[in-house]
Design a binder for this molecule. Structure first.
Ligand code: ZN
Length: 225
């Protein structure tokens, strides 16, 4: 299985991802909706490269594994290795901005959390990270003004702005780099605003980053029975 990043103009990006680093509870309104405490520092977890799929293709869900929630997130493409870096270096390593869905098996995640077990099965399964193409960083005026919206079957489910993040994007990269070296091609998912909810086969999704990205996609049942 191999995944290739693309720019929004369709060109391939010649960087191979080694991992996806994700942030939990980076928007206060989302932490509250799941009755979670608001964290005092970024909460990190990872997805493997086998979780990556193209968001513009139908999103396949396996309902036998339980309820799959959408988490709409700003995704950041890393262009330079970052190890224990300062903010300036983190800022200059960002080469693209896109959108991701951090798909989550919510009931399974709750069960695993209750038992104090790792939650990888609920977050890192095959296909759990639909990703858009990346818009070059040069086309963004500021990283704290990125708007994001998910519409499911015509109804707005999630709407947020990077301005609402508890930890801003550059500070997140700096923080991550003190634990995990970020490599060129790696992707960082920056947390989800409120409004997470279940996906069902047949759902029509419209995913927007106004001024930058507009994706239409659908949800399909897994053929694996
Ligand atoms: Zn998430």
């Amino acid at each position: 299985m191999s995944y290739h990043h693309r720019w929004t103009n369709g060109d391939l990006i010649s960087l191979t991802p080694s991992k996806i680093v994700c942030i939990g509870r980076n928007y206060a309104d989302h932490a509250r909706e799941l009755n979670n405490p608001i964290p005092t520092e970024p909460m990190l977890f990872m997805k493997p490269v086998t979780s990556l799929v193209d968001m513009s293709k139908p999103i396949i869900i396996d309902q036998k594994k339980g309820i799959v929630h959408h988490e709409l997130e700003v995704s950041i493409l890393i262009g330079q290795a970052l190890t224990r870096c300062a903010k300036e270096q983190a800022a200059s390593a960002i080469i693209g901005v896109g959108i991701a869905l951090d798909l989550t098996l919510r009931n399974l995640q709750n069960k695993l959390k209750q038992k104090g077990h790792p939650w990888e099965k609920a977050k890192a399964f095959d296909g759990s990270c639909p990703l858009s193409a990346f818009e070059p960083i040069e086309s963004f005026d500021a990283l704290d003004k990125i708007e994001l919206q998910l519409t499911v079957n015509g109804a707005v489910r999630q709407k947020g702005s990077s301005r609402q993040m508890l930890t801003d994007i550059v500070s997140l990269l700096e923080y991550i780099s003190h634990w995990f070296t970020l490599m060129p091609g790696d992707v960082v998912l920056t947390g989800t605003p409120a409004g997470v909810g279940p996906l069902h086969p047949g759902d029509e999704l419209q995913i927007d980053m106004p001024g930058h990205l507009n994706i239409r996609t659908t949800v399909q049942r897994s053929g694996v029975e």
